[in-house]
Design a protein around this ligand. Structure first.
Ligand code: ADP
Ligand code: MG
Length: 588
């Protein structure tokens, strides 16, 4: 992915910006945390008082103890309640941030140039937008709240302890940072491992997506075993990376616990010495001991959170790589034009996807409004590329394209695209009704308009034979329809929006010859009176074009009408003859 790596500090800054809109909720949640922690910290004080009321056999002050018991219960319940409220508030914030991040990432994906997708695995992107985002908001936001409560607990406990016995408190304060030190050391290692883990997860998603979407090809070539083997390999690598990441991150907890236990024992010893010499009461010692354990507990949690944060930051870096991908200028930026007449000029166009491999060279073409241009040539000669430039999916390296005399590079991309109707080899059927699918480009079309468009392109009769007619719900990719039927829906779709210009790129390539002859009538109807660019494999479909452009290795080799080109006896004639022979042996 063509992106800039960002530092961990910058990543944190970015996350803070995503959380900023929820600052009041965050403050509220922190207040709840503060209340919850304070109440629970008050309990040891109450217990200490109760203990002092029952020192010695028979010397138990019941009247004094009962209210203290009530107070303890109230503190416990209050603390639990506030903690629950805080968790609820945190979850709200977390999922709001998840939503915002995904929206931003998805918006970027809609704003990057088409070329962005050339070099990335699609499943990997999915993994970043879905699972990485989840890890980030989960880890960072919930982590932060744990961190906050931990810090508050530590600070408050320290205050209470100093009031009980400053010397012992000082001992605790000096000894406990040891555990933080240990956890920092281990966590710094785990960041890298979690990053590797996320990378393999991305690879795994990408591979799954690729294989699931090409099941038929996989089966046709009998590649099931190979695919399973590759998946097993990636999966095993994921296991290895995960085990390592988790191994190191899980070291954090036990090692800090160990340090804490030692600290606790030391505190107990020092405290006991003070109690024996009469420095503190027994009740105070008991409060002290529960504080000492409460004081070390947050350090465990904090260190746990720290390792979780490492994982979250690693994922965040990957999410921001997507979010920061270089966008195109907005598609609405530039000169606004309405419907064009349809005069198209290409002047000395040069273009390549990659600098080292020049593709289109000096392509010049002039198309009058309403005329039909067929572009033919061997696979890979640059036909689709030419279309990509017309649609402004890519911009030429040099030369210029004009619509009605206006340089398209100055026109809003949105307006250029709106003027073209496009039918491709791959159809895009959404999981929606037939009606909604036809109305894709004009959602406010009336039922009557939709039906008229369908009739015009001869799609009406097959649609009425579907179980629910126009209201039949199609599955994604129109699995239940034939390739020809899917294509008819695409044609009706373009018919409905009635753009002044058309692009048909191999629109009939996945349709058998007989159906193609029927569908070609639909195409004729669609193209009536419109400027049309027809890219076709089969020469039979281009014969009637006003102009045929023959491409070869990124250049226009010949141009003319069918008859002219045949009589020239050049490259076109050769292509034509080879197809004709192909037709005779049944490949036509
Ligand atoms: N997105 C891309 N990135 C890099 N190279 C590409 C890309 N799309 C097409 N190409 C290459 O450009 C050449 C022309 O492709 P294309 O215009 O799709 O050919 P066709 O005439 O078959 O439609 C091919 O060699 C192809 O491999
Ligand atoms: Mg092509």
């Amino acid at each position: 992915m063509k992106t800039n790596k960002i530092t961990r500090r910058a990543i944190l800054g970015r996350i803070v910006r995503f959380a900023a809109p929820y600052k009041f909720s965050l403050i509220f949640s922190f207040l709840l945390g503060l209340l919850s922690v304070s109440l629970s910290l008050f309990i040891p004080v109450l217990i200490g008082r109760a203990v002092d009321m029952m020192t010695g056999p028979g010397a138990v002050d019941y009247d004094g103890i009962v209210p203290i018991l009530y107070a303890i219960a109230a503190c416990a319940i209050g603390s639990a309640l506030f903690q629950w409220l805080m968790t609820a508030a945190n979850n709200r914030i977390t999922y709001n941030v998840t939503r915002d991040m995904r929206r931003t990432a998805f918006r970027t994906l809609q704003s990057v140039p088409v070329s962005f997708y050339d070099g990335v695995a699609h499943g990997g992107l999915v993994s970043r937008v879905i699972s990485d985002v989840e890890t980030v908001s989960d880890g960072v936001l919930l982590g932060t709240s744990h961190l906050f409560c931990g810090v508050v607990t530590v600070a408050a406990t320290l205050v209470f302890m100093i009031r009980l016995q400053p010397v012992v408190a000082a001992a605790v304060a000096i000894l406990t940072p040891l555990s933080l030190f240990v956890s920092r050391f281990v966590a710094s290692r785990t960041y890298g491992y979690f990053k590797e883990q996320a990378e393999v997860r991305e690879e795994e998603s990408a591979f799954s997506e690729e294989i699931i979407s090409s099941q038929k090809v996989v089966k046709a070539f009998g590649k099931e075993e190979d695919v399973k083997r590759i998946f097993r390999e990636i999966n095993a690598r994921y296991e290895k990376k995960t085990v390592r990441a988790v191994f190191f991150s899980s070291l954090v907890n036990p090692s800090t616990r160990l340090v804490n236990s030692v600290v606790y024992a030391a505190v107990a010893l020092i405290g006991a010495l003070f109690a024996v010499s009469g420095g503190i009461t027994v009740g105070a010692l008991s409060s002290f001991l529960s504080y000492a354990s409460q004081y070390t507990k947050p350090f465990n949690e904090i260190s746990g959170v720290v390792s979780e944060l490492q994982g979250a930051l690693a994922c965040a870096g990957r999410v921001f790589e997507v979010i920061d991908a270089e966008r195109e200028s907005p598609r609405s930026e530039g000169e606004r034009i309405g419907s064009v007449r349809g005069d198209v000029e290409l002047c000395h166009i040069d273009f390549s996807y990659r600098k080292d491999r020049p593709l289109l060279r000096d392509v010049t073409l002039s198309v009058r409004a309403g005329s039909h241009v067929a572009v033919v040539g061997p696979t890979g000669c640059g036909k689709t590329t030419l279309i990509n430039l017309l649609m402004r999916y890519y911009d030429p390296a040099s030369g210029r394209i004009t619509l009605d005399g206006v340089d398209v590079s100055t026109v809003a991309r949105e307006d250029v695209r709106r003027n073209f109707g496009m039918v491709l080899q791959d159809t895009w059927i959404r999981s929606a009704t037939v009606r909604e699918n036809i109305a894709l480009g004009k959602p406010d079309a009336t039922d009557d308009e939709i039906e008229r468009a369908a009739r015009a392109v001869r799609a009406h009769s097959f649609i009425t034979k579907l179980p629910d007619g126009y209201d039949t719900v199609l599955s994604e990719n129109g699995g239940s329809l034939s390739a020809g039927q899917r294509q008819l829906i695409s044609v009706a779709r373009v018919m409905l929006t009635a753009p002044p210009m058309l692009i048909l790129d191999e629109a009939t390539s996945s349709i058998d010859t007989r159906t193609e002859i029927e569908i070609s009538k639909s195409f004729e109807r669609l193209m009536e009176g419109k400027t049309a660019f027809i890219v076709a494999h089969r020469l039979s479909t281009v014969r009637d074009a006003d102009l045929i452009v023959v491409m070869r290795d990124g250049e226009i080799a010949e141009r003319g009408t069918h008859e002219e080109l045949l009589s020239e006896n050049g490259f076109y004639k050769k292509l034509y003859d080879s197809q004709w022979r192909g037709a005779e042996i049944g490949e036509g």
